[in-house]
Design a protein around this ligand. Structure first.
Ligand SMILES: Nc1ncnc2c1ncn2[C@@H]1O[C@H](COP(=O)(O)OP(=O)(O)OP(=O)(O)O)[C@@H](O)[C@H]1O
Ligand SMILES: O=C(O)c1ccc[n+]([C@@H]2O[C@H](COP(=O)([O-])O)[C@@H](O)[C@H]2O)c1
Length: 206
């Protein structure tokens, strides 16, 4: 039987590749909000990232996540969106999760860049009805602007937006892909197990 009143963090991302920023956000949310688990949810077919030529295949993104979280007992891989047909939307995924786990409280984790476009996502008010939103700073966003945007969204979408206490983590998948292509070291930005997989599979080399 599933424990009642569980608190689950959802760390959704394209993860192309997963990096320390994503892992630190998951761990910070776990600790700050007393979560039971954090589910890493690779985005199936994100509508906002249509041109993904030259990137990792879906199975490779999933495998990189599997390897990256393997050593953390409260991190779980969730491949729910990989089975979806067509584009994947967070409101659908979260509503399905709520249905499957009615006694669970969900916390959807995003960075500041996602927050600034959150009200343009599909049915954002339904995302807010299904989960609380945890927001981490990024790109040295001004604290005042970040908090103001969270407040605006909370009012407009009738949601709960909570600040994650993380430092600015200056790392992004697109920059890491670029470094790999240029033959630069990405050690410590990615877990070793992910780096060796990228090398074996020759991902992001050209
Ligand atoms: N360094 C970071 N600091 C804070 N949030 C982050 C960071 N990296 C990613 N995120 C957040 O994690 C989620 C998934 O990010 P995603 O997989 O798109 O990685 P990314 O580094 O933003 O990728 P890309 O550079 O290709 O756009 C998003 O909500 C994003 O805002
Ligand atoms: O549902 C949407 O309209 C939507 C639009 C943009 C992003 N998302 C989700 O937000 C998470 C982070 O997205 P990304 O592009 O930064 O990797 C991931 O779970 C996406 O599926 C969802």
């Amino acid at each position: 039987m599933e424990k009642k009143n569980r608190k689950i963090g959802i760390m959704g991302g394209t993860f192309d590749p997963i990096h320390i920023g994503h892992l630190i956000l998951g761990e910070a949310a776990y600790e700050q909000f007393g979560l039971d688990e954090v589910w890493f949810l690779p985005a199936g077919n994100p509508p906002h990232k249509r041109n993904r030529a030259g990137r990792a295949k879906d199975a490779q993104r999933v495998e990189m996540v599997r390897r990256a979280i393997a050593s953390n007992p409260h991190f779980v891989l969730c491949t729910k969106e990989m089975k979806d047909e067509g584009y994947t939307y967070s409101y659908r995924t979260l509503e399905a999760m709520r249905k499957e786990h009615p006694c669970t409280e969900f916390y959807f984790i995003i960075g500041a860049d996602s927050l600034f476009y959150f009200d343009e996502w599909k049915n954002p008010e339904r995302i807010c009805a299904a989960a609380k939103i945890l927001v981490a700073t990024r790109d040295r966003a001004k604290e005042k602007e970040l908090l103001a945007c969270m407040e605006r969204n909370a009012k407009k979408l009738h949601g709960t937006f909570l600040k994650l206490d993380t430092p600015n983590l200056d790392v992004s998948s697109h920059e890491l892909r670029e470094w790999i292509r240029e033959g630069k070291s990405v050690k410590y930005y990615l877990p070793d197990s992910v780096i060796s997989y990228i090398q074996e599979q020759k991902i992001y080399q050209d």
